[in-house]
Design a protein around this ligand. Structure first.
Ligand code: NAD
Length: 359
């Protein structure tokens, strides 16, 4: 089959890690007889340099005309002096909005061969960790009504942010989470604060309603404070977690830390259509850019997510994940995941090794 993929290589280590992901996609294309048509397009700091804005209109058009988007990373010291609306990171918010990407999916997987990188006690993570956090991305407090006003009791200026969720917003993110749970361990934990927040009580009602359509999925509910504790006490109890924008922001960072390195973690942002945006969770790492030091695995695993969630290519996704596992088990390591007795490799070599063993 043919697939059109927009490549936003971006800034810093972005072009390096995307380059390795392209190598792996080309190998998959040959092995499985798919044609991946890549279109390079600019966003972030490089777009500011070339076109004066972080997200040129042409980039949005290229993305909308593609089957999916692979993004490296944007940003860097050079553009840190610019005002907020012109910062490279605005490109990410712009793309999410333009493409209606309301679901952020972040798997946190601890590979058994990387156990030494995990900050938790070995007995807690024995057998590996494999959690998928599904975070609502375009609603809640980050998008609610906010402002400043004079306090009614005469305490001076006060500031407020509003947590608001509509039925539709909760319904669609829940469906995404249940669909993902069906493809994994069929366990879903909905995280809220329904003992305090009215928006959480609506959230829970909608989750229960959607659950009736997924009788095979074992559903549980957890308050967010307990979830934060359970993630470090017993992370193996979780399969898929679904939660609000703000709770998901916090919990997905907590979950990702369990896996050791930021260079290992992929993510997907999905909307109503099959076109998603896939990217490593790390930034542009200006401190190691251009030095062949970046770990390309997070970007390569983002391609596996693209294949699974946007293209329905489950076997191809599994082939990439298996290749990553094989290379790690053989003992190859980039600097961020290095430990005693392992073989050091650079960005390019890591990409080549993974592409070589893709079956
Ligand atoms: P960062 O993720 O770029 O780097 C944090 C640390 O992790 C650095 O020491 C870096 O060397 C290391 N690191 C990151 N990715 C790595 C990889 N693949 N392999 C090995 N080491 C890796 O975060 P930061 O330093 O806070 O941000 C740098 C720039 O990136 C900023 O301009 C920030 O705004 C931007 N940023 C962009 C995104 C994105 O594009 N989605 C996300 C986060 C930060």
């Amino acid at each position: 089959m043919d697939f059109k993929i927009a490549l936003i290589r971006g800034d810093g280590i972005g072009p390096e890690v995307v380059g390795e992901a392209v190598k792996v996609m080309e190998k998959i294309g040959t092995r499985y007889a798919h044609r991946f048509v890549f279109t390079d397009t600019l966003a972030g700091g490089c777009a500011i340099d070339a076109a004066g804005v972080p997200l040129p209109k042409e980039t949005v058009e290229v993305c909308k005309a593609s089957d999916s988007i692979l993004l490296g990373a944007v940003g860097g010291w050079k553009w840190d002096v610019l005002p907020g609306h012109l910062r490279p990171e605005r490109a990410l918010l712009g793309l999410r909005g333009e493409l209606g990407l309301y679901a952020n999916i972040r798997p946190a997987i601890l590979y058994p061969s990387l156990k030494a990188a995990c900050p938790l006690r070995p007995d807690i993570v024995e057998g590996g960790i494999d959690i998928c956090v599904v975070r609502e991305l375009t609603g809640g407090m980050y998008f609610g009504d906010r402002g400043r006003r004079e306090n009614a009791q005469g305490y001076g200026e006060e500031a407020y942010d509003t947590e608001a969720y509509s039925f539709l917003e909760v319904d669609r993110i829940c469906r995404t989470a249940f669909d993902i749970a069906m493809k994994r361990g069929k366990k879903l934990c909905s995280v809220d604060k329904a003992n305090v927040l009215e928006s959480s009580r609506l959230w829970r009602e909608v989750v229960l309603r959607v659950a009736m359509e997924y009788p095979e999925v074992e559903l549980s509910h957890m308050y967010v404070d307990n979830a934060a504790m359970q993630l470090v006490r017993n992370p193996k109890q979780f399969d898929v977690i679904v939660t609000t924008n703000m709770f998901g922001d916090i919990l997905s960072d907590e979950a990702s830390m369990i896996t050791g390195s930021i260079g290992m973690l992929p993510s997907a942002s999905l909307g109503a259509s099959h076109c998603g945006m896939y990217e490593p969770i790390h930034g542009s790492a200006p401190d190691i850019a251009g030095k062949d030091k970046a770990n390309p695995i997070a970007t390569i695993l983002s391609v596996a997510m693209m294949f699974r969630y946007s293209f329905g290519l489950d076997a191809e996704a599994a082939a990439i994940e298996k290749a990553v596992t094989m290379v790690l088990e053989t003992g190859y390591r980039t600097g961020d995941i290095m430990s005693a007795g392992m073989m050091p490799v650079g960005t390019k070599e890591m990409g080549r090794l993974i592409a070589d063993v893709v079956q």
